[in-house]
Design a protein around this ligand. Structure first.
Ligand SMILES: *[C@@H]1O[C@H](CO)[C@@H](O)[C@H](O)[C@H]1NC(C)=O
Ligand SMILES: *[C@@H]1O[C@H](CO)[C@@H](O)[C@H](O)[C@H]1NC(C)=O
Length: 325
C-alpha cells in the first residue's frame, strides 16, 4: 500500500518536471529580425551551418571566418543581410577590429548573441608524444582565444542584455584523449560557469553546448592520423622504443573504428541547441547534443574514475605487446 503511494508520488513528480521542462523550453522570444548575432569559426562545421540557419530565420548575422575563402563561400551561400569578416581569435588586434565593425553595425541596440564556436583539435595522441607547444597551440585558440573574444565583446553584449553561447564538448567532462583539446574544453566549462554567475546580474544568459562526436574537421580521422605521424617522426629514439612499430597503425584502426561508429553526420543537432540558446525565453545552462553525448558520455562523466579508466584501457591499444614467458 505504502509502496504504491510512493511509486505514484515519484511518477507524478517525474511527469511534473518533464512537463515543466517542456513548457519552459517552448517559450520563444520574437523580434529576431532586429537582433544581431556574432559567430566565430564560420569557415566550416557548426559555425558555418549556424550562420546560414540564423540568416534564414531573419537574424542579422555577423560571421567571423579565419580564411578569405571561408568568408567568400559563406557570403555567397547566404542572404545579403549576412556580413562576414576575417578574425583570428589568437590575435587580439584582429578581435579589436571585429569589435569596432560590430559596434558600428549594432549601434545603440547592442549585440544580442555572441557564439564562441571557433576551435581546433590537433594534435591528439599519447601524452608522452607531446611537447609543450602542442598544448599551447590548442589552448590559445579554444580557451584563451574564447576568453579574449568574450572580454572584448562584453560591453556590446551588456548593452543588449544578450546571450553568450560557448561551444565546449563532452570532452569538457571526460578527458579521453591526450593533447590540449580536453584541457581546453574543461577550461571552457569552468570559464562559462563563472561567467554565467557573474553576468547573471546584468541580464546576460550563458549557455554551454556539449556536442558528442560529429562529422566535422575536428573528428576527421585522416587529418588526425597524418598529424600523429608527424609527432611520431620527431620522437626521440628512447620514446619510440617503448612502443611497438605497429602502434601507430593500431591507434589509427581504433580511431577509424570508433569515429566511424560514433560520428553523427547530422550537425544540425548541434546548431539547433545553439539556436535554442539564442531564441528561447529560458535557455538551458547546458545542452548535450547527439545520442552519444546523452546516452554514453554525459552519464559516464558522473561515474567514478576507475570505471572510466577501465573502459579506456580496453579501448586503447597497448603500447607494446607484452609476452609472458
Ligand atoms: C593567427 O594568429 C597567430 C598569431 O597570434 C598566427 O601565428 C597564425 O598564423 C594566424 N593564423 C592565420 C590563419 O592567420
Ligand atoms: C574542413 O575544412 C575545409 C576547409 O575549411 C572545408 O572546405 C571542409 O568543408 C571542412 N569539412 C567539414 C566536414 O566541415
Amino acid at each position: 500500500m505504502l509502496s504504491h503511494l510512493a511509486l505514484t508520488c515519484v511518477l507524478l513528480l517525474v511527469t511534473f518536471f518533464v512537463a515543466r521542462r517542456f513548457v519552459r523550453d517552448s517559450h520563444k522570444l520574437d523580434g529576431f529580425t532586429q537582433k544581431h548575432v556574432f559567430i566565430t569559426g564560420c569557415d566550416s562545421g557548426f559555425g558555418n551551418l549556424l550562420a546560414r540557419q540564423l540568416d534564414r530565420k531573419g537574424f542579422k548575422v555577423i560571421a567571423a571566418c579565419l580564411t578569405e575563402k571561408g568568408a567568400a563561400d559563406l557570403g555567397a551561400a547566404a542572404s545579403p543581410r549576412l556580413k562576414t569578416l576575417l578574425m583570428n581569435v589568437t590575435d587580439s588586434a584582429s578581435i579589436r577590429r571585429a569589435v569596432e565593425f560590430v559596434s558600428r553595425e549594432v549601434g545603440e541596440r547592442g549585440l544580442w548573441g555572441l557564439v564562441n564556436n571557433a576551435g581546433r583539435a590537433m594534435p591528439i595522441g599519447p601524452t608522452d608524444w607531446m611537447q609543450l607547444e602542442d598544448f599551447t597551440k590548442v589552448l590559445d585558440v579554444n580557451l584563451l582565444g574564447l576568453i579574449d573574444v568574450t572580454l572584448q565583446f562584453l560591453p556590446l553584449l551588456k548593452k543588449a542584455r544578450g546571450r553568450l553561447v560557448n561551444v565546449a564538448s563532452v570532452l569538457g567532462r571526460l578527458s579521453l584523449t591526450g593533447g590540449g583539446y580536453c584541457l581546453s574544453k574543461y577550461g571552457v566549462e569552468a570559464f562559462s560557469d563563472s561567467t554565467r554567475r557573474d553576468l547573471h546580474k546584468f541580464g546576460i544568459k550563458v549557455s554551454i553546448i556539449e556536442p558528442g562526436f560529429f562529422k566535422t574537421n575536428i573528428t576527421n580521422s585522416d587529418l588526425i592520423s597524418a598529424d600523429l605521424k608527424k609527432l611520431w617522426a620527431r620522437l626521440p629514439q628512447e620514446t619510440k622504443s617503448s612502443y611497438d612499430a605497429t602502434y601507430i597503425e593500431k591507434y589509427k584502426h581504433m580511431q577509424d573504428f570508433y569515429l566511424g561508429f560514433l560520428c553523427n553526420s547530422d550537425i544540425s543537432k548541434v546548431t539547433r541547441c545553439m539556436e535554442h540558446a539564442l531564441t528561447a525565453r529560458y535557455p538551458r545552462t547546458r545542452y548535450g547534443a547527439g545520442w552519444d553525448a546523452k546516452l554514453i558520455w554525459i552519464p559516464l562523466s558522473y561515474c567514478p574514475s576507475f570505471v572510466v579508466d577501465f573502459i579506456m584501457s580496453v579501448l586503447l591499444p597497448l603500447p607494446k605487446t607484452v609476452r609472458i614467458n
